[in-house]
Design a protein around this ligand. Structure first.
Ligand code: HAS
Ligand code: HEM
Length: 570
């Protein structure tokens, strides 16, 4: 392992973990505001929306993208026994670190508080859109290097199958590449000139549609590295084998075709989207759950197999025989706690997918309740477990405070379960998301005080504090490990699961081209009608927004109905 490659990997783990301190801090603060413990607009110079933006951008965009790239490097080097070309990993890391630093500074000084979804009418400094684009383009450059690496490997191994982890990584980055084209257009062509004052008008529903065209595949871009770990590492560390390699390959390839067209399910309440599109997207959203149901079965069967190999009998005995709480096998806890949370994260997602139920939960606390059991569940737990594991092996430094590292995922899981329960129970009673409730609904001194939301917001806060404790313990362990002494040779290695059966080779599962073509066709079927609707029912409106107020100060405050009115009066 060359020094520059090793350093690239270590920087790619260290830097986002440092920012995670700020990401986690702001999460806990949000729960305090929401529970009515804080009745202020800002604490320590950070206002609610600035903190919420930092929380979403750092946790959900920066940490996840860096992890996908670093884990991708380690997977490629482990399975293909090569290093990526030097230009790819160095340029990629420079762009990603540069873009992240720009965004971090802007968020800290309060010039970027338009939330992690950053579509109009909220507006950031133009540099924020540049910084985010650099981060995304940097991740593409790493991907281009892996393509070169794989084609060299293929020439040397003509008859070899693409390893499942490599297929998963390629599927993930292909999906990411396709879906980041609309957000690049949105950021660089629409939002940046608008926020710089070079253009006056902005088509709000168009920016929202382009964002969500990226935003939903984004959530699977977070998820697939975790799935790669569940399929290729978990069976091995549980003491079993992967139940079916073909099923794993099919699950990844289904994500490639189904992830991008479902973005409109975030816009069920958007008047410019047609009813036909909404029905179609509801159906596609149920379809994109299928690869996750398959994963539940395949990974579940692999775990059962591991339990039985350890001597389990009967129907449920295998669960108890799995290696829970073993410090020499700490990764297991991170993976299993993530999977357990995901059962509920997934089920709540399926509730969101129903158009009629979505009307009940949209924009309420239910939605962050759903996604903390996904992105702060399996996704974050795999990031935490694998980050410390990879830091230790690649740097040659042993993991410190192993018993603490081992209990973190269990504490985190309990915290997320409590937090999400509070948010979802509150959400079902109409408790809004993205709201500093401490200034209004949970402040007895306010006319808007609503006592019904206090108990659920308090439960949310308890969960948030438990998560904050788990994150703090983890961060101490991570940094003490990172700053410790090297005792071993640096190496790149991953636990590698075997497949249970010698399965028939199905050519369609080894060729990504037909899946990419199907993906583009499905995107067109969904987004051509959506685009026609957006242009039919909305038009660019003058730049009468300012950062302090999300409403158009130029007249009708409701951008949606304004767009509809324009159409009616034409
Ligand atoms: Fe979602 C909103 C629908 C999955 C993240 N989602 C969001 C937002 C985020 C997010 C961040 O249809 C909010 C965005 C914003 O800020 O506005 N989501 C779904 C559906 C799924 C889904 C159908 N979401 C995810 C994942 C995310 C994520 C994954 C991040 C990583 N989501 C929605 C919808 C909305 C939405 C609407 C819009 C809501 C609104 O109105 O704003 C599916 O992919 C879920 C399928 C999952 C399963 C679970 C399978 C279970 C497994 C575990 C098995 C356990 C084992 C362990 C094996 C079917 C794999 C056993 C071991 C033992 C010992 C027992
Ligand atoms: C939003 C708490 C960790 C991703 C929220 C909200 C709360 C919260 C209460 C809702 C705020 C609102 O809607 O007004 C926490 C706590 C955490 C934590 C206490 C642990 C210390 C995470 C992690 C991730 C994450 C690890 C992702 C990896 C998000 C995202 C949002 C959010 C994307 C939505 C931001 C927005 O609406 O713009 N969090 N969270 N959180 N959280 Fe977390």
């Amino acid at each position: 392992i060359s020094k520059s490659y090793k350093n690239t990997i270590l920087i790619g783990l260290f830097m986002p973990m440092t920012l995670f301190i700020l990401g986690a801090y702001n999460g806990v603060m949000q729960t305090l505001y929401r529970a009515g413990v804080i009745h202020k607009t800002a604490v320590a110079g950070i206002n609610y929306y600035q903190g919420l933006t930092m929380h979403g951008v750092i946790n959900a965009i920066v940490l996840t993208t860096f992890f996908a790239v670093v884990f991708g490097h380690v997977i490629m080097s482990h399975y293909l026994k090569k290093e990526p070309p030097g230009w790819s990993y160095s340029i990629s890391m420079i762009l990603m670190v540069g873009g992240t630093l720009i965004d971090a500074v802007l968020m800290i000084i309060g010039k970027a508080q338009a939330l992690y979804t950053f579509y109009a009418p909220l507006k950031n400094s133009p540099l924020f859109y540049l910084g985010t684009s650099l981060l995304i383009v940097g991740s593409w450059v790493a991907f281009f290097g892996w393509i070169k690496m794989y084609s060299d490997w293929k020439k040397e191994h003509l008859n070899a199958k693409m390893p499942i982890a490599v297929l998963g990584t390629f599927v993930n980055f292909t999906m990411w590449f396709i879906s980041s084209i609309p957000v690049a257009y949105e950021s660089l062509i629409l939002l940046m000139p608008w926020s710089a004052g070079w253009t006056n008008d902005i088509n709000v529903p168009l920016t929202r549609m382009l964002f969500w065209m990226f935003g939903h595949p984004l959530v699977y871009f977070w998820l697939l590295p975790a799935y790669i770990a569940f399929y290729t590492i978990l069976p091995k560390i549980s003491g079993g084998k992967l139940y079916s390699g073909n099923a794993a390959r099919l699950a990844f390839l289904l994500f490639l075709i189904l992830s991008t067209p479902v973005g409109v399910h975030h816009q069920f309440s958007e008047p410019v989207m047609g009813q036909g599109t909404k029905l179609w997207v509801s159906i596609l959203t149920y379809a994109v759950s299928i690869p996750s149901f398959m994963t539940a079965f395949t990974v579940g069967a692999s775990l059962e197999l591991a339990g039985r190999k350890r001597g389990a009998r009967g129907l449920f005995d295998w669960m108890g025989k799995l290696p829970w709480f073993r410090s020499e096998n700490y990764l297991f806890g991170y993976f299993l706690c993530g999977l357990l949370l995901f059962i509920f994260g997934g089920l709540s997602g399926i509730i969101n997918a129903s158009y009629s139920l979505n009307q009940m939960v949209h924009n309420t606390g239910w939605v962050p309740g759903h996604f903390h059991m996904t992105v702060a569940g399996p996704v974050l737990l795999v990031i935490l477990g694998m980050s410390i594991y990879m830091y230790s092996t690649v740097s040659g430094k042993p993991v410190k405070f192993l018993s603490m590292v081992t209990i973190v995922p269990y504490v985190w899981m309990i915290g997320v379960a409590i937090l999400s329960h509070g948010l979802m129970a509150g959400g079902l009673m109409g408790e809004p998301r993205r709201t500093n409730m401490g200034m209004s609904y949970t402040n007895p001194a306010s006319d808007l005080f609503n006592p019904h939301w206090v108990p659920t917001a308090t439960v949310t806060m308890v969960g948030g504090i438990v998560m904050g404790v788990a994150a703090s313990i983890y961060l101490v362990c991570f940094f003490v490990t990172a700053l410790g002494k090297r005792t071993r040779q640096p190496a790149i290695s991953l636990p590698e699961s075997e497949e249970l059966h010698e399965e028939k080779t199905i050519p369609l599962l080894h060729n990504m081209k037909p899946w990419i073509i199907a993906s583009v066709i499905l995107i067109m079927i969904t987004y051509i009608p959506s685009l026609i609707n957006v242009f039919k029912y909305s038009s660019p409106v003058p730049n009468k927004f300012n950062a302090e107020s999300p409403v158009n100060e130029g007249g009708n405050n409701d951008v949606h109905s304004q767009s509809m009115t324009n159409e009616k009066t034409k």
